[in-house]
Design a protein. Structure first.
Length: 353
């Protein structure tokens, strides 16, 4: 099996291995990244090396999971919209039964709403097994909407999708409520690794995270984000594993926390919107199937467990790249030197990894 090749026309390499533990998986695995940004491979590789020098590796905690679809109904007035919302709240079990009747794997786990004038925005939240769940959630929501229009007086059809989901758009609501898998990754980096592998100090990374990720993003008007480049790792990982790449829009919303602990570095990434699946559209492609199998996500497990494993591997990959980049940016000239050196070698046919 070759490690380095083109994935659907995009160069792909396996990097790592990354050491991971937590409430979903304990593993040490290489990870595939499909990207034109060749310095990403060695950068994530450096973060992976750091993970192997930490006692527990990257501790990945799956906090929550839910796929959402919002629908829009028009009411006669705000009072009628509120009455409809209250009806939905008191008939949750009935709605859950409708969802169970249309899918073996979808389960309705929550309903939220927002009223604006006479418009009622209803956000349905589902678990969807090993699928990322876009289509599953839409199918279930379509049936739920049909049922509501038939049984709740004073409302009429607005839209099957109302942008309160929120799908493939930056929003505050997904950062607050979550969409997809919500994963927190943590790494305690020993002092000698910070200096020896990352060539910096914990204090410098902590300061840069505050000034760049937090204050810089605040000044720029970022939405529910405080990170350097989550999107880079997510896109490479999503392309290599057959995900809907547009979901990096909400996926890249997340925060970085860095603390100095007696010279060691505590480093954490919170990703509330990881939308990944191991079955469904795109997962039958030969290179995707091979990659998912190599990641251990093609094993016969309980429904949903393979997707959860994929999510924590994706989140750990993000931490590797985020930590490596922030470390590089604490040193004048290091980032640009790496890009020039590696990208020139790549364009001349030499191995930039």
């Amino acid at each position: 099996m070759t490690d380095n090749h083109a994935t659907a026309g995009v160069p792909m390499r396996w990097v790592g291995p990354v050491r991971i533990s937590g409430n979903v998986a304990t593993t040490e695995t290489t990870v595939p990244l499909a990207t034109y940004e060749s310095p990403l491979w060695p950068s994530v590789g450096r973060g992976a090396k750091v993970s192997r020098q930490a006692e527990h590796g990257i501790v990945a905690t799956l906090v929550d999971e839910r796929m959402t679809r919002s629908v829009l109904v028009e009411a006669n007035d705000a009072a009628t919209a509120l009455a409809a919302a209250r009806h939905i709240e008191t008939h949750l079990e009935e709605l859950q039964a409708i969802v169970r009747g249309c899918s073996r794997y979808a389960q309705l786990v929550g309903v939220r709403h927002e009223i604006n004038a006479n418009l009622l925005f209803v956000r349905f939240e589902f678990t969807t097994g090993d699928a990322s769940g876009h289509n599953m959630a839409t199918l279930a929501s379509d049936l739920l909407l049909e049922h509501l229009l038939r049984t709740v007086p004073g409302i009429s059809y607005g839209s099957i999708s109302a942008n309160y989901c929120t799908d493939k758009k930056a929003s505050a609501v997904n950062g607050i409520l979550g969409r997809g898998k919500n994963v927190v990754t943590e790494l305690l980096v020993p002092h000698k690794t910070v200096t020896g592998v990352l060539h910096t100090t914990a204090a410098k990374i902590v300061q840069l995270n505050i000034r760049k990720n937090m204050l810089g993003t605040l000044l720029a008007g970022g939405v529910r984000s405080a990170n350097a480049h989550f999107a880079n790792m997510l896109l490479g990982f999503y392309l290599a594993t057959g995900q809907d790449a547009a979901n990096i829009v909400e996926g890249s919303q997340g925060t970085v926390t860095a603390e100095e602990r007696d010279g060691d570095l505590y480093f954490a990434c919170t990703l509330p919107n990881l939308i990944v699946g191991t079955v469904g559209n795109g997962k039958g492609l030969a290179f995707v199937d091979t990659n998912l199998a190599r990641l251990g996500c093609r094993i016969d497990r309980e429904p949903g467990d393979n997707a959860r494993r994929l999510a924590v591997i994706a989140a750990a990959t993000v931490l590797c790249g985020e930590l490596s980049l922030l470390a590089a940016q604490t040193n004048p000239g290091e980032l640009m030197h790496a890009h020039v050196h590696l990208e020139r070698h790549t364009t001349t046919g030499k191995d930039g990894a």
